[in-house]
Design a protein around this ligand. Structure first.
Ligand SMILES: [Zn+2]
Length: 432
């Protein structure tokens, strides 16, 4: 893209003054990013670095421990595959400063080895992250193949071009963590002032610099050596609510020299302290000696309380529904009629619905028939044991269904249906 803003124009101007990577630096990359390797067959070993091969009986010591090439003298790690060709890729970085800018130069390195030939290495600078002490950024990058499944399928012959700010350029590419960083490092004093001591704690250098220059909470965690919390914070960078929510507690931990060893567990533990209304500013609670043990105990307690609350709620719901059911169907309570051994009665409580459902294994209770307006449920029983449940439509005064165990009709079905039919008028009289 063409530089548009004043900042971009300035970066492009300064970038022209940045010296190309030196031969020496390139050599360092070649020497440090890959292990030297070799191959071994039953009687012959080969150096994938210089192409030399020699007689060597395969044995475990050589296979695992490696060997030295008698020609180039390099220590070789034996490749544990029978492949004749080996291709590897790696990233390394140079940290430098120019003017007001921190620059992270990312170099893509490939190594191509084939048995019997000298290894071929090549390297290309594929990205530059430019960051100011104020946290402004610009990315120069080579193009990638847009059709590729990989986010870093570089078009190596393309130009390093301005691609916008770090958030406008690909996040994935800004997150590339180089395997090695050149030991000669130049870092802006503001970055050191904010606590950087050389370790990136698993974050890409470009992202690390940008965050440390912009985010005081990140800086505080780094300076207090709260590394677990720092990683947790960074990994949830876009939704760092737990950290903001518990920031005061974190600061108390820092003041008490309490290192949070497992940030995820600690945040979880604080969520539970908060649930139990404990004082989140008290070191007694928030700095447990055995975090895991304290966490597990609260989890158990939380589970018990939740279970109890759920049961209480269910009981309250049931009471509410009983009151509602009485209001709707109370007039029909007490209706009962018999013939021979069979007695049919109106179900009067929600609990009766539940028992009836359990005994006859149907969905009367689960489907909430006690909530259903315009219908009345009766139970046909022999010696007070439910045999079938009958649903009557109160608007048409007809039997909607009569079902026994598992929704099947019983041998008494005809009798029950007739008995109910003969008494429908009785029901109608009582409830209207
Ligand atoms: Zn060699």
């Amino acid at each position: 893209m063409q530089p548009k803003t004043k900042f971009q124009k300035k970066v492009v101007e300064v970038q022209k003054k940045l010296k190309p990577i030196t031969e020496q630096q390139i050599r360092w990359g070649y020497d440090n990013c890959f292990e030297n390797s070799g191959t071994i067959t039953k009687h012959k070993a080969g150096c994938l670095e210089c192409g030399h091969s020699w007689s060597q009986k395969a044995n475990l010591l050589v296979t695992i421990g490696g060997c030295e090439c008698p020609s180039c003298g390099k220590e070789l790690k034996i490749e544990l595959t029978a492949k004749r060709k080996h291709q590897k890729a790696s990233y390394w970085a140079i940290l430098t400063t120019i003017g007001e800018f921190q620059v992270v130069r990312v170099i893509y390195l490939t190594k191509y080895c084939k048995i019997g030939t000298v290894a071929h290495l090549s390297c290309t600078e594929v990205m530059q992250h430019w960051i100011t002490a104020g946290g402004k950024s610009a990315v120069f990058s080579k193009s990638v193949n847009p059709m590729s499944l990989y986010y870093d399928n570089w078009i190596l012959l393309s130009e390093l071009e301005l691609k916008g700010t770090m958030s406008q350029a690909s996040n994935l590419r800004s997150s590339i963590i180089p395997n090695k960083i050149h030991p000669k490092r130049k870092v802006l004093p503001e970055i050191r002032r904010n606590g950087f001591k050389g370790n990136f704690h698993g974050i890409s250098p470009a992202n690390f610099f940008k965050v440390i220059l912009q985010d005081s909470q990140f800086e505080t965690l780094l300076k207090a050596n709260q590394i677990s919390m720092l990683s947790y914070y960074y990994s949830r960078y876009s939704y760092n609510d737990p950290i903001t929510k518990y920031w005061k507690s974190i600061k108390i931990c820092i003041r008490n020299n309490y290192i949070i060893k497992d940030a995820g567990t600690w945040v979880d533990y604080l969520n539970m302290l908060s649930f139990f209304n404990k004082d989140l500013l008290s070191s007694h609670y928030i700095c447990p000696i055995d975090l895991k043990d304290s966490h597990d105990r609260l989890v158990k307690k939380h589970r018990e309380v939740s279970k109890r609350r759920k049961l209480e709620q269910a009981r309250r719901d049931l009471q509410d529904w009983q009151a509602e059911y009485e209001k709707q169907k109370g007039k029909s309570f007490g209706i009962s009629f018999s013939e021979g051994e069979i007695t049919v009665k109106v179900l009067e409580t929600v609990e009766e619905f539940q028992k009836e459902s359990e005994l006859l294994r149907h969905c009367l209770f689960g489907s909430g028939y006690y909530k259903k307006e315009g219908s009345l449920c009766l139970s046909a029983r022999i010696e007070d044991q439910p045999i079938e449940t009958i649903e009557i439509s109160l608007s048409t005064l007809t039997i909607v269904q009569a079902r026994g165990r598992g929704n099947q009709a019983t041998e008494h079905h005809e009798k029950i249906v007739n008995l109910v039919k003969n008494n429908l008028n009785k029901i109608s009289r009582l409830i209207n």
